[in-house]
Structures are given as structure tokens and as C-alpha cells.
Design a protein around this ligand. Sequence first.
Ligand SMILES: [Zn+2]
Length: 93
Amino acid sequence: MSIVVKHIFKRYTNGMGIFEALPLMAEVKKSAHNKNHSLENFTVESQVKFSSKCKICKKTVTIDLEAKLPVSGEVLIATCEKPERKKKIQISS
Ligand SMILES: [Zn+2]
């Protein structure tokens, strides 16, 4: 977990709802961008839960304001990598 996320964790555990989540989403986008991800817009799953995923590598991130860790997801841990396409190997004799 990054320092930024820990900071957010402390600031936002007291409030709930989309208005509390908005700055969190902005921070998540920034953190994800630092790892070269390109996040889709957040999907609202409930009043306290929001999710998004990277357009390139399909890694996900979830904001759950009621969870002990409001922000979790691979995009904050791993650097973006395009899924490798398997190369066809041609064997010629
Ligand atoms: Zn990515």
C-alpha cells in the first residue's frame, strides 16, 4: 500500500457516501496513473462501494467505504503491463 493510500484511509473512514468517495477516486486514479494504468470510470456498486478497472491490463481497484481498507486493488500494487499475446511459432524445414 502506498503512503498516499494510507493517508486517504485515515481521512475518509469517518464519512460515507459518494461525496466522500469522490476525492478518494481522484487519488486512486492518480496512484494508478503513476503505475501507468488507465482506469475506466468508476462503477457504483452501492452507496459505499465503487469499482474500476484498467483499460489496458484489466486489473481492478475497489473502493469500499465500510471496509477496514477502503481502497484495495491490483492497480495500486502492480505496474501496468499489457497482456502478452502469444506468438505463433512457425517451424519451417
Ligand atoms: Zn493497467
